[in-house]
Design a protein around this ligand. Structure first.
Ligand SMILES: [Ca+2]
Length: 322
């Protein structure tokens, strides 16, 4: 039985949150990237979710009230990063930097630049600021920052299943895109993604070369904005392959899955840096047909919990108390 299909009488901590009635949907995909497999029936209980990603204005209020210092503002400790050159152990974050021309698309170091002094307040590094970006999603926030924000707001972070169900608008999940079968139906841009030739020529047919104000694109059936594109969003699930044991049987859906185990989320390619990884969802302004077709609810990405980036933000949920 699905809990909480009807909105509970007790309100969420923030009246602007959107109620997502509990339900069953197809999570994952057998038709796209391997990490999205297998498609399976999943059931989630109802919850409230932020209508938009957390904005710079909202994050500024949190910092003002709590004095929170984000991870990107703190120099990494040498003992946490054995082998890292000392001159790199300064506070900073990863900033997308377009290349001059075509580069191998399997080498993200070509367009990601570790930038000293890049923080949520200075999204492009020293000399940049938040002027005109108050209603854009906050970026350069690592996992401890989003956890601290959620605790302050009396909320929590969604699981991957909750996030994916909400991205579908709590409804059918059978088409490739939330809005149908085409990325740009009748030429209409439905989300902030990347047009042109990645990563050097962004033609900005959607109007934005980096983040966009939340709500610049159409909402889904629940009225949720920017679930797809704009910025990737943190979820609370530890990253791991969707377990085959999780594959649903014909009769039964998997109930409220909570992701993998922390110890299994480490990146096997980096054995010397055992930093666990969470699942990101939704894609960003850097998703492009030629590079990364992750502007779909089933798409997922692994992110080490200490990492902040210029295309990574979050939104919160609130589960009704038992
Ligand atoms: Ca764009």
């Amino acid at each position: 039985m699905i809990k909480d299909t009807a909105e509970p009488a007790v309100p969420p901590p923030d009246p602007g949150m959107v109620w997502t009635p509990g339900g069953v949907f197809t999570m994952g995909s057998d038709s796209h990237y391997p990490e999205e497999r297998p498609a399976r029936r999943v059931r989630v209980d109802g919850f409230w979710i932020d209508r938009t990603p957390v904005t710079n204005d909202q994050f500024a209020r949190f910092v003002e009230q709590t004095g929170h210092v984000t991870l990107a503002e703190i120099a990494p400790r040498p003992e946490d990063y054995p082998g890292a050159p000392r001159d790199m152990l300064r506070a900073g974050s990863m900033v997308f930097t377009p290349t001059r021309g075509p580069v191998p698309l399997n080498d993200a170091s070509q367009w990601w630049r570790w930038t000293f002094g890049a923080t949520w307040r200075r999204p492009l590094g020293p000399g940049s600021n938040l002027r005109g970006l108050g209603d854009h999603p906050v970026v350069h926030v690592a996992w401890p920052d989003v956890e601290a924000y959620a605790a302050w707001a009396g909320k929590t972070l969604p699981t991957e299943a909750e996030w994916e169900f909400a991205a579908w608008g709590g409804g059918p999940s059978e088409t490739e895109f939330v809005w149908g079968t085409e990325l740009t139906p009748a030429g209409r841009q439905m989300a902030n993604t990347f047009q042109g030739q990645f990563p050097f020529r962004n033609t900005c047919e959607d109007g934005y070369d980096r983040t966009s104000p939340v709500g610049a694109f159409p909402g889904n059936d629940l009225g949720l904005l920017d679930m797809i594109g704009n910025v990737w969003e943190w979820t609370s699930d530890w990253y791991g392959p969707h377990r085959t044991a999780e594959k649903s049987s014909p009769c039964c859906a998997i109930e409220n899955p909570r992701g993998g185990r922390e110890g299994d989320s480490l990146d096997p390619a980096l054995p010397d840096i055992p930093i666990p990884r969470k699942v990101l969802k939704g894609g960003s302004f850097l998703c492009a047909p030629s590079y990364c077709r992750r502007y779909r609810p089933a798409a997922r990405h692994a992110q080490t919990i200490d990492s902040a980036m210029s295309h990574l933000g979050f939104r919160c949920i609130y589960r009704p108390p038992d």
